[in-house]
Design a protein around this ligand. Structure first.
Ligand code: CIZ
Length: 304
């Protein structure tokens, strides 16, 4: 059978969305064509706020599992579908409830700040969630308290350097951001001497040290718009380049490395979006006893 082209698939998705009364949310790291068919594109913080406020009964979440879980937690009245059931997050999988229970036992007075890249069960055992866009603010709120920061060590180290607060760091990492090495960035800077370098705080600290700024994806979008510079080297998942180019047509963006590709984010295709709506499959379910605890940690973050 001949494969349908993107235009045809996008037309079909719009039709299905209308019939099903669905809203499509997509992360900044999704494929270009998936971002184009979405009702809203953003980072985890923006997407969780959006998921909480949409009126639609059906949310199709184009992202990875922990993000779709977050949507299901903040909006228990909606059915949340994940187009590819295997779109996970290796960073989120680096810690589970048993490991966290051990860490809490070792530091009984510590507050637990958990990065949104974590399972619902881990969120339920944490005091407050954070994303890369608000991690510094969230940790600053806990002034004076001992803090365990899970699971991304690089982000935790960056937050610690910005807040001056010593954090108990967990040794988790994002395999995609970890591929970026200082020598790659130096080579790019040599090739594009007038470019500003922006990297994600999930990158190694020796990479962050070489950059003009360490920023979440929403902060990178803001930075690129506001900056007088015309060229930017971008040290995060390459999916963001699409939005950067779209929103800044007169500026140039260079991926810091062509290896900055999250295979899980790229699992979502237009075909899978069609299939999941047609067959109403890959429903994200969070058991009530976990949902209540995770919702508390997420809401604590959202009050800001
Ligand atoms: O917070 C998010 O969505 C992630 C995973 C990255 C970012 O900076 O947007």
């Amino acid at each position: 059978m001949e494969k349908a082209g993107n235009e045809e698939l996008m037309r079909r998705i719009r039709e299905l969305k209308e019939e099903a009364g669905a809203t499509i949310l997509a992360h900044n790291y999704q494929r270009k064509e998936v971002q184009e068919v979405a009702d809203f594109v953003g980072d985890s913080l923006e997407l969780s706020r959006k998921a909480a406020s949409v009126k639609a009964k059906l949310i199709v979440f184009c992202g990875v599992r922990f993000m779709a879980e977050t949507a299901a937690i903040v909006n228990p009245n909606a059915t949340v579908l994940l187009p590819d059931a295997c779109a996970g997050c290796p960073l989120a999988d680096m810690i589970d409830e048993n490991i966290l229970a051990e860490w809490k036992k070792d530091h009984p007075r510590a507050k637990v700040v958990c990065y949104i890249n974590s399972s619902a069960a881990v969120k339920a055992m944490s005091d407050i969630c954070c994303t890369s866009a608000n991690a510094i603010k969230i940790v600053q709120r806990l002034r004076g308290e001992e803090v365990i920061f899970i699971p991304d060590e690089n982000l935790g180290r960056y937050v610690s350097s910005k807040t001056g607060k010593k954090l108990i760091l967990y040794p988790g990492f994002c395999p995609t951001h970890l591929v970026l090495r200082p020598e790659m960035l130096l080579a790019m800077k040599e090739k594009h001497p007038n470019a500003k370098t922006i990297v994600h705080p999930e990158c190694r600290s020796d990479v962050i040290d070489l950059a003009d700024a360490a920023l979440s994806t929403s902060q990178m979008l803001h930075f690129a718009k506001e900056s007088d510079a015309h060229e930017f080297i971008v040290g995060t998942e390459i999916g963001l380049i699409h939005r950067l180019e779209l929103e800044n047509p007169s500026k140039s963006f260079y991926a810091a490395s062509s290896l900055l590709v999250c295979p899980n984010m790229k699992r979502t295709t237009l075909e899978k979006v069609v299939e999941c709506i047609e067959r109403q499959r890959h429903v994200i379910e969070v058991p009530k006893e976990i949902r209540v605890g995770a919702a508390r940690a997420i809401e604590e973050m959202l009050v800001e």
